[in-house]
Design a protein around this ligand. Structure first.
Ligand code: HEM
Length: 470
């Protein structure tokens, strides 16, 4: 067919810069969705010297993430992402064909996110969520609080305790703390536009200093993780039965270097904390904007939990309405709206009938797919009921709904993330009555989005928790 020899349609672009100017001005996922409305769900873009296609429909996402998943499995590595050899160590950057990637993924699947692994950490994770909830009760009852920031601190401690049995943050301190700031610094540096990525020939000059800066930030995180490992080693071989013990055992068997342990721990913090906190934050915002849906959630919690003071993980499977709320939040506000772009590792892939040459970047606009009017009625409205009886789940088997991606690079943390989101929401909504700060009406909740690697709120939601005695 003619399609197999053509490039997908796309904006014309200008010499040298290509389409860079076409994607300026709006949040990136919005800008790409606007262009796709004009050029179609499979669209070519030229970003400096590199070729990309942008996928914005469920059918084309299915080609990219299921049919040609074995080819479109590389990553477009940013120049700043290469520092300290991080691209050769980190699960986020390695192609999924690499032996190290497969080992890292297997360790995740076997030890952290398997039913057995999650069962082993359940009391710890429930305990850390309880501490976070208690913090709302003891520190912020009756006050307007930035919900996302407290939840993020709680999640950092939950993750650090699952990984290496230490707290990394003080709950209730209303500002980012050491590890969180280091993580923010590296994410910001890697996601800022960089001429070295548009014109790799200029990369050695590092004109904007992104590589130099990120080297400083990454080094700080590696030093932090080194100190965690040293503390464990100087504890004279004392075992904590946590993930770090597993990693140190694998190190002793020469499967992982200390550098790859550092990178692994860092990846789990980078990918697994803010994403979950943002989901909780958007949920509170949408529920406060939609009091009738908040009431339905509260009624379900009351019916299922009754006088029980704190929900536990076994309760969350009995909350189907809350689950549809979480799904609808991730449809409307996917924490990772463009995922991390994939790259064609070989020839032979086709998306929507168009060939995807080796080396092409494949940007999947998950946000646009999940607001596509061809798949979703009134796609911009918050209607949790739309998921009832649909048979959709979080795994992206049906690519109309894919907040965690799909296929070989499906988010490995999904089982833990889904449990955490549900547990935190069930606890916050069962144990508190939430209201907007004085003078604010539901329609005043600001739902504007700001894109970095995640969709953040331009105005982080502040809400007032009032403890309920059950
Ligand atoms: C609501 C929470 C979360 C969402 C929506 C989410 C979503 C995603 C998405 C869309 C991807 C990219 C998939 C791709 O590029 O094809 C991803 C990758 C990843 N996620 Fe998650 N994630 C969440 C929580 C977590 C948690 C809790 C962890 C770990 C504890 C985690 C670890 C990872 C890792 C390591 C990757 C990289 C996998 C790869 O490159 O192959 N995520 N996640």
């Amino acid at each position: 067919s003619r399609k197999t020899t053509r490039r997908p349609p796309g904006p014309a672009g200008i010499p040298l810069l290509g389409n860079i100017l076409d994607i300026r001005g709006a949040e990136l996922h919005h800008a790409l969705a606007n262009l796709a409305r004009q050029h179609g769900p499979i669209m070519s873009l030229k970003l400096g010297t590199s070729n990309a296609i942008v996928v914005s429909s469920a059918a084309s996402a299915n080609d990219a993430l299921h049919r040609y998943d074995h080819i479109l499995v590389g990553r477009a590595i940013n120049d700043a992402g290469r520092v300290l050899g991080n691209d050769e160590l980190s699960m986020l950057w390695l192609p999924s064909t690499s032996p190290l990637f497969k080992r890292l993924r297997a360790v995740c699947n076997n030890h952290l996110f398997s039913a057995r692994g999650l069962g082993a950490t359940r009391p710890l994770r429930e305990g850390k969520i309880r501490e976070m909830v208690d913090c709302f009760r003891t520190r912020f009852a009756g006050q307007a609080v930035d919900v996302g920031s407290v939840v993020l601190s709680g999640l950092l401690n939950m993750m650090s305790n699952v990984l290496f049995s230490e707290d990394v943050t003080d709950l209730g301190v209303d500002q980012a703390q050491e590890l969180q700031m280091m993580i923010n610094d590296t994410i910001n540096e890697i996601t800022k536009p960089n001429v070295s990525d548009l014109f790799p020939v200029l990369a050695p000059l590092d004109l904007q200093g992104r590589r130099r800066n990120n080297e400083v930030y990454l080094k700080k995180i590696y030093d932090y993780m080194d100190r965690v490992i040293s503390r464990r080693q100087s504890a004279g071989g004392e075992k904590k039965a946590d993930f770090l013990d597993v990693l140190l055992q694998l190190h002793a068997e020469e499967q992982f270097s200390f550098e790859s342990i550092n990178a692994f721990l860092m990846d789990l913090f980078v990918a697994g904390t803010a994403t979950t906190a943002i989901t909780v934050q958007w949920t509170l915002a949408e529920l406060l904007r939609h009091p009738e849906i908040m009431s339905k959630v509260r009624a379900e919690l009351q019916e299922v939990l009754g006088e029980k003071e704190h929900p536990d993980e076994s309760d969350v499977d009995k909350l189907p309405y809350l689950r549809t709320v979480a799904m609808e939040i991730m449809r409307l506000h996917p924490p990772s709206p463009l995922m991390m772009p994939h790259v064609a590792m070989a020839e032979g892939a086709e998306v929507g009938g168009y060939p995807v040459p080796k080396g092409t970047k494949v940007i999947i606009n998950v946000w646009a797919v999940m607001r596509d009017p061809a798949s979703w009625e009134k796609p911009d409205e918050f209607v949790p009921e739309r998921f009832q009886g649909k048979g959709l789940d979080f795994r992206g088997g049906d690519t109309v709904f894919l907040p965690f991606g799909a296929g070989r690079r499906l988010c490995p943390g999904l089982p833990m993330a889904a449990k955490s989101v549900m547990m935190i929401l069930a606890s916050l909504l069962h144990e508190f009555e939430w209201s907007l700060p004085d003078g604010m009406q539901p329609c005043d909740v600001d739902l504007r989005e700001k894109f970095t690697t995640s969709i953040n709120m331009v105005t982080p939601i502040k809400a007032v928790p009032r403890p309920i005695c059950h």
